[in-house]
Design a protein around this ligand. Structure first.
Ligand SMILES: Cc1ncc(COP(=O)(O)O)c(C=O)c1O
Length: 405
């Protein structure tokens, strides 16, 4: 028997990563060992309020009891079949997710980027099979400052040089237009357009909320042009903004929804393309797939997630506590905060650059026991678990006030 490894300190663990882990991230210097609800604890037992929530993958908090129970129950029964066979959990997951989102069909995948890639493939296939675009000519219109994931096709239409540089050549067939600009979108859409692919709120760009009427305008324009509206709700969806979907704030129903992150309850990667039958129905056996997509463990956890959302309680909480978040941030305007954008329990906060970069502010907040993530320059993003209490939220805002003071 090998002797158990001696426990290592946070500092030792951070140092140990350096030679053996690819340097594609620059994490805050905190090593999390345990978590529950809105709180995480490091190796030394220090507690931090998690105001990032796994980029919204932890909308229901860490280890939500109903989700952990669903996972445990399934772990003891069946974890993977591959789609070569049916499994007894997938039908219910698809039925309930379709019902929750008001759509007809579900294509289960794993990560967000896979859902986006799958959405792109489905939109192109639809363009050739249904719309009649000549083979090889389909285009997809996307927005500047987008973030849809990290595959080569997706970074190919990113406007962030750090995400792109050194990774070409890229997949052709994408047109980039400014976000929140209907005239630019209208000019870019033509007979070859398969879809317009957008985030209803641009998360990584700094929680950019478009003007009222933009999403409704995109819906109207895509309907008139006879192309699909594909909404990437991987970060904005599943309760974060105070509604099940961010598009609901404008009463908009897209043709295709891309979901991920919180769909796996912070336990397993679960993503999905959800759409009307005329769209997802274009896929035939053998044309697309994933070994893990739709596995029974993912389906069991995903079903439990949908069950939590069916109550409407998390959406209500996000809307109600969102008012508190907005009030707290408004109070800080002129006192270190130069501006912010918020919807539900999600905010991009611009800090006076004279007070530090977003990274420096994040490090100071970490020392106050609050974990956040910077986006660009002096912008930080707040996206706590939707289980956070009003008191915890106030304490996070208090910590922000302190580090800016
Ligand atoms: C809107 C959006 N789409 C797609 C992705 C990619 O998801 P994943 O990291 O699971 O591939 C993200 C991740 O941040 C996202 O915010």
């Amino acid at each position: 028997m090998t002797a158990p490894a001696r426990p290592r300190t946070s500092e030792q663990l951070i140092r140990a990563e350096e030679p053996v882990l690819a340097h594609n991230y620059h994490p805050l210097p905190v090593v999390v060992a345990r978590a529950e609800g809105s709180w995480v604890e490091d190796v030394e037992g220090n507690r931090y309020l998690d105001m990032l929530a796994g980029y919204s993958a932890l909308n229901f908090g860490h280890r939500h009891p109903a989700l952990v129970e669903a996972a445990h129950r399934q772990l003891d029964r069946l974890t993977l079949t591959s789609r070569a066979f049916h499994n007894d959990r997938l039908a219910e997951f698809a039925e309930r997710l379709a019902e929750l989102t008001g759509m007809d069909m579900v294509l289960p995948m794993n990560t967000g980027a896979e859902a986006v890639e799958s959405g792109i493939k489905v939109a192109r296939k639809w363009a050739y099979d249904v719309k009649g675009v000549p083979e090889g000519r389909a285009t997809i219109v996307v927005a500047a400052e987008n973030f849809h994931g990290r595959t080569t096709t997706i970074v190919g239409f990113s406007t962030d040089e750090t995400a792109r540089a050194g990774f070409g050549p890229f997949t052709p067939g994408f047109k980039v237009v400014p976000y929140n600009d209907l005239a630019a979108l209208e000019a870019a859409v033509d007979d070859t357009t398969a879809a317009v692919l957008l985030e209803p709120i641009q998360g990584e760009a700094g929680v950019i909320v478009p003007d009222d009427g933009y999403l409704a305008g995109v819906r109207e324009l895509t309907r008139r042009a006879g192309c699909l509206f594909v909404a990437d709700e991987i970060q904005s969806g599943l309760g974060r903004t105070g509604r099940t979907l961010a598009v609901e704030h404008e009463g908009v129903v897209p043709d295709v929804l891309l979901l991920g992150k919180a769909l796996g309850g912070g336990i397993v990667p679960v993503s999905a393309v959800v759409a009307r039958r005329e769209v997802l129905g274009v896929l035939r056996p053998g044309e697309h797939g994933s070994t893990f997509g739709g596995n029974p463990l993912a389906a069991a956890v995903g079903t439990a997630v949908v069950e939590l959302l069916e109550t409407g309680g998390f959406q209500r909480r996000a809307a109600e506590l969102g008012v508190l978040l907005r009030e707290g941030l408004t109070d800080l305007i002129g006192r270190g905060v130069t501006g912010f954008r918020a919807r539900g329990l999600w905010a991009g906060v611009d800090v006076d650059p004279a007070l530090g970069t977003g990274r420096e502010i994040s490090e100071r907040l970490m020392r106050e026991g609050v974990l956040v993530k910077d986006t660009h320059g002096s912008t930080i993003r707040l996206a706590p678990p939707l289980t956070i209490t009003a008191e915890e939220l106030r304490s996070a805002l208090g910590a922000l006030e302190k580090v800016l003071g």
